[in-house]
Design a protein around this ligand. Structure first.
Ligand code: IVH
Length: 666
């Protein structure tokens, strides 16, 4: 493209984004992208001064105020800051200052760069009389009524000063931002993109009652015009003065010396960034001595004595090339965005999480879209949102696969869950390590010595892939493993051998079926009595089991529907895993077999534990909650909600006398 045309294009683009950002509070691209366009334009104009023009966005900062607020002429202009994006740029800044001042080391006031919006607050005789936004730096908007609603801003200073302008930033704390978005969502209204936009949107309300309902905060970072006896001669002292006057000043403000002091502060605040209660996009360095500041002066609209050292942007724009699906250790399928490489949060990112299917729908993400990727701190990069105005016509919608991309088993998603899962728990390579560890755990098959490290080695060396393989292990395969002597190998083999003799309940639990914990496994074993009965069960018959609802029944049915899983179960039995089935069959001979009791309130003759023991000895089952499957509720003194529930469901209620009589006859 010809230079002049490129410049014209850049100016139009920048103006369009600036309008969306400043006037509409609806940014179309991330700040870093905007900065890039701006810098390219600045560079081209510097190389071709003949193409510079007065209406270029580089010639003014900000945008005209909205017509609906009254205009305010700033008595001292509200300046902007030059940016440094690297240590080298900071080094050059410090060198310039030292040279201009003719000193070997400079004292700096250092502060967070708050990511909000600049305001100026005017106090006359100590009373807040007017507040304005920055606007274009010389003319801002009168937002006095709105600023009055910001609880941090004192309506009266702690001391009567004739005339002073406090400069600072209005922002929204992260917790207030997420609360506001929760409310917006609940009301079905549009959510804000980030805390800065929420703060801007809240401050620029014509109805100050809306502003009052939003929780905004304020931090001061300077004094504008001042008519008072004497002003302190250092920036940090001026901040201390403001603090004494009841004006909020961030506690992260400090004084440092030299380049090392600056860079040390940058690193210190950078490390705290994610944990800070408010967003910052860098730190600001200011020559501390006001006389030195005046000596240095200004270039165009920015002071020479200060600079903003920006953190790497946490958001960046890129293209979503494809959506792939990853299978996690627990079988959860996570859609992952494959991206055109983009520099964000200080690293180059090519993948980002899309969380789950619902999130993709909610954000309306399609393959081919321009997306904004976010990487904050050490958090996994995510696709934050789509830039709809850039959607290509051939953008494709994503659908969750119906079979697992790793093992081909069916994928199931429960109604009450947002996650889709692979049902091939015992077979799926992605879930192998997790499945084996669970299988061997103490409350499952109890294979002593088969821990994390060993499972890792066995799977990675491809010696074991399903639990059935454990029972085929041989000494020779084991002793070649790292840190495995003959003695421990023999011990492991013995433990595996020992585990073959188990109970049906343990075996069911060991299969690691989603939603089937130890107690449900016991219920299933008790109810079906044999594995073959359980294998023959469908979702309906599963729901007849005590304490088994639709969710658990569905999990079990999904697991059993997967032939891969049945195959592993078959192999386990062939390998010699066994249990005494008759022991777990309902003991028909016992008087209360199959009966379910719930105990509530206090009994006089025996403790609840004793009552439970007696009932179980007679073949009954004692449950903690009343359902339509409950046969009797035993109500002692001060029986509570369980008794109400029993009445509601029409379950038989026994008082202590009746209960004792029943035990006796049993
Ligand atoms: S001083 C004379 N200090 O950054 C310099 N500005 O890019 C005037 N900002 O409009 C600004 N934190 O909205 C200063 N600690 C800080 C700041 C800060 C955030 C904002 C402010 C200003 C913009 C300039």
């Amino acid at each position: 493209m010809e230079i002049a045309a490129r410049i014209a294009h850049l100016r139009a683009e920048i103006e369009r984004h600036a309008y969306a950002y400043y006037v509409l509070d609806a940014p179309t691209i991330p700040d870093a992208e905007y900065d890039k366009l701006f810098r390219e334009l600045q560079a081209l104009e510097a190389q071709h001064p003949e193409l510079l023009s007065a209406d270029s966005p580089t010639q003014r900062v900000g945008s005209k105020p909205l017509k609906s607020f009254a205009e305010v002429q700033h008595r001292t202009p509200m300046l902007s800051l030059n940016n440094a994006f690297s240590e080298d740029e900071v080094r050059a800044f410090d060198a310039r200052i030292r040279e201009a001042l003719g000193v070997s080391e400079v004292e700096y006031a250092v502060e967070p760069k708050f990511d909000g919006l600049a305001v100026t607050l005017s106090y006359r005789d100590g009373v807040f009389v007017q507040g304005a936004t920055r606007g274009d730096g010389s003319t801002g908007e009168d937002v006095t009524e709105n600023l009055r609603t910001v609880r941090d801003i004192p309506l009266r200073l702690n001391e009567t000063i004739k005339d002073v302008e406090v400069r600072g930033e209005v922002l929204m704390f992260k917790r207030d931002f997420s609360r506001l978005n929760d409310e917006q969502r609940a009301r079905g209204e549009k959510e804000f993109v980030n805390p800065r936009n929420a703060a801007a949107g809240s401050l620029r309300q014509l109805d100050s009652r809306i502003t009052a309902s939003r929780h905004l905060s304020f931090f001061a970072y300077g004094i504008g015009y001042c008519d008072c006896v004497t002003l302190p001669v250092r920036h940090d002292q001026q901040m201390d003065l403001l603090w004494r006057l009841d004006v909020p000043v961030a506690q992260q403000c400090r004084v440092v010396r030299g380049l090392d002091g600056l860079l040390g502060y940058y690193r210190e605040i950078g490390a705290q960034r994610a944990a800070l209660p408010f967003d910052i996009d860098g730190v600001v360095y200011k020559v501390n001595d006001i006389a030195q500041q005046q000596q240095l002066g200004f270039v165009s609209r920015a002071p020479r004595f200060a600079i903003a050292h920006k953190f790497p942007a946490e958001e960046a724009l890129t293209t979503l090339l494809d959506i792939e699906v990853q299978v996690g250790r627990t079988g959860a399928l996570t859609p992952v965005a494959r991206l055109a490489p983009v520099f964000v949060g200080g690293v180059t990112v090519t993948n980002a999480t899309l969380h789950n299917e619902d999130e993709i729908r909610r954000k309306d993400v399609r393959i081919g879209d321009s997306v904004i990727v976010r990487r904050a701190g050490d958090v996994i990069p995510e696709v934050a949102r789509v830039v709809l105005e850039r959607r290509p016509v051939d953008a494709r919608e994503f659908t969750m696969p119906i079979t697992c991309p790793v093992c081909g088993s069916h994928v199931a998603r429960q109604e009450d869950e947002s996650v889709s899962r692979c049902t091939g728990g015992l077979f799926c390579p992605a879930q192998r390590k997790q499945a084996l560890l669970h299988f061997a755990s103490r409350r499952a098959m109890n294979i002593e010595g088969l821990g994390d490290k060993l499972v890792e080695q066995l799977v990675d060396a491809r010696i074991v892939s399903t639990p059935a393989d454990l029972y085929r292990l041989r000494l020779l395969e084991l002793i070649i493993l790292e840190r495995m002597g003959e003695k421990s190998a023999l011990n492991l083999l013995a433990a595996i051998e020992l585990s073959k003799r188990t109970t049906l309940a343990r075996f069911i639990f060991a299969l690691g079926i989603r939603n089937i914990g130890e107690s449900t496994a016991k219920d299933l074993a008790q109810h079906f009595g044999s594995l073959d009965n359980l294998l023959a069960a469908d979702a309906d018959s599963l729901q007849k089991v005590h304490d088994v609802g639709p969710v658990v029944a569905r999990s079990m049915a999904d697991f059993l529907a997967e032939t891969h899983n049945r195959e592993v179960i078959k192999q386990l039995r062939e390998a010699g895993v066994h249990w005494a089935e008759h022991q777990t069959q309902p003991a028909i001979s016992l008087p209360f077999s199959g009966k379910i009791f719930v105990l509530t309130g206090t009994l006089a003759a025996l403790t609840r534990e004793q009552a439970k023991e007696k009932l179980e000895a007679l073949g009954a089952k004692v449950s903690g909650s009343v359902s339509h499957k409950t046969d009797y509720v035993v109500a002692g003194v001060e029986a509570g909600s369980k008794l109400d529930r029993a009445r509601e469901l029409g379950v038989a209620v026994l008082d202590e006398q009746q209960f004792l009589a029943m035990l006796k006859s049993g």
